[in-house]
Design a protein around this ligand. Structure first.
Ligand code: NDP
Length: 284
C-alpha cells in the first residue's frame, strides 16, 4: 500500500487529513493517530486549512500530491458532495460529504459517516435501543441532515425536527418523509409530552446560547444529547440538567465513531474506539 522512501528504502506512510476552515482545534489527527497505532497502519494524518473559495481546486491538488483520503468539515461538506465523482446512498441523501476516498482508478468516493457516528455512539457506547423511540432533534443544518437517514433506519416511533428557521426543518423533513414518521416545527411549537431522546444539532452551544423551549419536553427517562463537544457543560447540557433529564451527554462519542467509520473506509478495518474515548476522558 505505502510507497517506498527513495532515501532510506523504508515504506513512506500513506497520507490522510482533514480539510476545514478554521481547523487548528480539530481532534481528528489525535484520534486517527491512535487508530493507526492500534491497528499498525503506516499513515500520517494532517490538518489542511482551506478557504471556501479554494476548496474545489485544492482538494484535487492534495489527491494529485499523494493524499489517499480526506475528512471534510465546516464549511466544506456541501462542496465535497459536489466534487465526489461517486457518492454513497447516505451521502446522497444527506447532500453532504464528510469523507473522501481516492480510489485506485482515480475516482473519488464521497461518504457521510456523521449519522453512523451518532447511531453507534447511542447504540454501542450508551447501550440504547432506538427502536420505537420518540425523538426530538433541534436544528436542521448540515449535521442534522447527515443523521436523519441513519436515525430513521432504526425504526423510531417518530422524529420531530425543530429549527429556529422552521422552513429549513420543513424542507429537511420533506426529503425524508418516505423513511419514517417525521414532523417539523419551530422551537415555540414543539409538541409534548416528554421525548425519549432530544438531540441538539444546532450550533447554538458554540455561541454560548440555548434556544428557548417550553417545559415538559424532558422527563426522567429522557436522554439529552448535545452534538457539540468541548470541555465542561454547554448551555444545552446545563438546560437538560436543570430539566432533570435521565441522562445528559455531549458529542465526543459521535466524533470518535464517525472518525472510526472514515478510517474503515480508508483502511478496511474498524478500530476499537474505547481506548480513544478513555484517552479523551480528561478533556470531556
Ligand atoms: P450548521 O451551520 O450547518 O447548522 C446550524 C444549525 O444551528 C441550524 O439549524 C441553525 O438554525 C441553528 N442555529 C445556529 N445558531 C442558533 C441559535 N443561536 N439558536 C438556535 N439555533 C441556532 O452547523 P452543523 O449542522 O454543521 O453543526 C451543528 C452542531 O453539530 C455544531 O455544534 C457542530 O460542532 C456539531 N457537530 C458535531 C459532530 C460530532 O461528531 N460530534 C459532527 C458534526 C457537527 P437556522 O437554520 O435557523 O440558521
Amino acid at each position: 500500500m505505502a510507497g517506498v522512501d527513495p532515501v532510506d528504502g523504508a515504506a513512506a506512510p500513506d497520507q490522510y487529513g482533514i480539510v476545514g476552515h478554521p481547523i487548528k482545534h480539530s481532534w481528528s489527527p489525535f484520534i486517527h493517530g491512535v487508530f493507526a497505532k492500534q491497528t499498525l497502519q503506516n499513515l500520517v494524518y494532517r490538518l489542511f486549512d482551506v478557504e471556501p473559495a479554494d476548496f474545489e481546486k485544492t482538494v484535487p491538488g492534495l489527491f494529485a500530491s499523494g493524499v489517499r483520503g480526506l475528512n471534510v468539515t465546516v464549511p466544506h461538506k456541501q462542496a465535497a458532495a459536489r466534487i465526489a465523482t461517486e457518492k454513497t446512498e447516505r451521502a446522497t441523501r444527506a447532500r453532504a460529504v464528510n469523507t473522501l476516498v481516492l480510489r485506485a482508478d482515480g475516482s473519488v468516493l464521497g461518504d457521510n459517516t456523521d449519522g453512523a457516528g451518532l447511531v453507534n455512539d447511542l447504540e454501542i457506547n450508551l447501550r440504547l435501543s432506538l427502536r420505537n423511540m420518540r425523538v426530538l432533534m433541534l436544528g436542521a443544518g448540515g449535521a442534522a441532515r447527515g443523521v436523519m437517514g441513519p436515525l430513521l433506519e432504526r425504526e423510531l416511533f417518530e422524529l420531530t425536527v425543530a429549527n429556529r428557521t422552521p422552513e429549513r426543518a420543513e424542507a429537511l423533513c420533506a426529503q425524508f418523509f418516505e423513511a419514517g414518521k417525521v414532523a417539523s416545527c419551530g422551537f415555540a411549537d414543539i409538541p409534548g409530552p416528554a421525548y425519549d431522546l432530544i438531540i441538539n444539532a444546532t450550533s447554538a452551544s458554540l455561541h454560548g446560547q440555548m434556544p428557548e423551549l417550553a417545559t415538559g419536553l424532558v422527563g426522567k427517562h429522557t436522554l439529552c444529547y448535545d452534538m457539540a463537544y468541548g470541555r465542561g457543560p454547554t448551555p444545552f447540557t446545563t438546560w437538560a440538567e436543570a430539566q432533570q433529564a435521565g441522562m445528559v451527554c455531549k458529542g465526543w462519542g459521535m466524533l470518535v465513531e464517525q472518525a472510526a467509520a472514515s478510517f474503515e473506509l480508508w483502511r478496511g478495518l474498524y478500530p476499537d474506539t474505547k481506548p480513544v474515548l478513555q484517552l479523551l476522558e480528561p478533556y470531556r
